[in-house]
Design a binder for this molecule. Structure first.
Ligand code: PHE
Length: 333
């Protein structure tokens, strides 16, 4: 019985060889496939013999059937490839035509500056932390000691989302999230998108990028903060860069300062101070919000707009050019 079945399989194979010879188009190929591998095809059909054999012979036939099935499948795939190759050859190719032009991708200027900023601070042992763009009141305001009546909480300034969420207005909430997760010492950098309800103009955009820095340890000082920010400014704007610290106010730092760089205007032949970032010593109220002991730990923080740094460094006068995706603009960096 089994030898007859095996003969039958050889038969199917031989028939397939003959049938496959004439196939030169997709339709014939499909018919060939159906004839052998379809639901009622000869190969599929031959599997019915399995049920008719005694158990000890089943593995022998099973193996033969599988070999046959694979062989036919492979052959069908081969023919398919050959057919595809033929159609390709039918298309005439003029190799003298100029090649197709395509643009090489580039790193966006905002990301280039961010990479420089990250490289500088990572060299000082800072880690990079990513927070979330949809925040809640606690992280964006309350834990940062921003009082309930502070103007930045205004509907006019903040994009509020359903379910008591809002789009973060600065990267400072990442400070809180990091301190909640980790114990000091902390040296972190948090870059990311921020959102404020500003009407777009040359210097405002409702979406922009900030990078935040936070250091918490036992003996930090304002002097250390000054040293780091001076080195940072010189790394980004050149070794001769002069900076000044101007007293300022942020609810989450005390004392607070804004840092300006001295900017020479080549055309007008005179210079002026331009603000580049905000900073200060972490307010003890912030430490209390994350259960750090302000008697043991101190810290400093700074935050800056990446667009602003890029605009100064590359002398870009309109922030909107960063988001227009005009290849002529982007290609310059
Ligand atoms: N979060 C402040 C802003 O958006 C910047 C800042 C960060 C100031 C950290 C001080 C310390 O303007």
């Amino acid at each position: 019985m089994i030898s007859e079945i095996i003969q039958e399989l050889d038969h199917i194979k031989a028939n397939f060889e003959t049938d496959s010879k004439g196939v030169d188009n997709d339709k014939d190929l499909e018919n060939l496939r159906i004839k052998y591998m379809g639901r009622k095809g000869s190969v599929t059909d031959a599997f019915k013999y399995m049920g008719k054999l005694p158990n000890e012979q089943k593995p022998i036939l099973g193996q033969k059937l599988n070999v046959l099935k694979t062989e036919i499948q492979d052959r069908l795939a081969c023919i398919k490839q050959e057919l595809e190759g033929q159609t390709r050859q039918k298309i005439n190719i003029d190799v003298t035509l100029p090649g197709q032009f395509f643009f090489l991708g580039k790193i966006h200027p905002i990301m280039q500056i961010l990479d420089e900023i990250k490289a500088f601070f990572m060299g000082l042992g800072f880690t990079v932390e990513l927070g979330q763009e949809a925040e809640n009141d606690f992280y964006n305001f309350e834990a940062l000691n921003i009082p309930p009546d502070h103007p930045s909480r205004d509907m006019q300034d903040t994009f509020y989302l359903p379910n008591d969420l809002l789009l973060r207005t600065h990267t400072s909430p990442v400070q809180i999230r990091t301190m909640e997760k980790q114990q000091p010492p902390i040296r972190m950098l948090a870059p990311g998108r921020c959102f404020r309800k500003d009407t777009p103009d040359a210097t405002h955009s409702p979406m922009f990028h900030q990078v935040e820095g936070l250091v918490v340890d036992r003996n930090t000082s304002f002097a250390e903060l000054k040293g780091i920010l001076l080195a940072f400014s010189r790394k980004i704007f050149g070794p001769e860069t002069k900076i000044r610290f101007r007293p300022s106010f942020f609810p989450f730092t005390e004392p607070s300062a804004e840092v300006d760089i001295w900017w020479e205007d080549e055309k007008q032949g005179r210079g002026k101070w331009l603000e580049i970032l905000g900073c200060g010593m972490v307010d003890p109220a912030v430490f209390e919000a994350v259960n750090y002991d302000p008697e043991v730990y101190s810290g400093y923080a700074f935050g800056m707009g990446i667009e602003r740094i890029a605009m100064l460094k590359y002398k870009i006068s309109d922030i909107r050019t960063f988001y227009n995706n005009d290849i002529r603009f982007l290609n310059q960096f």
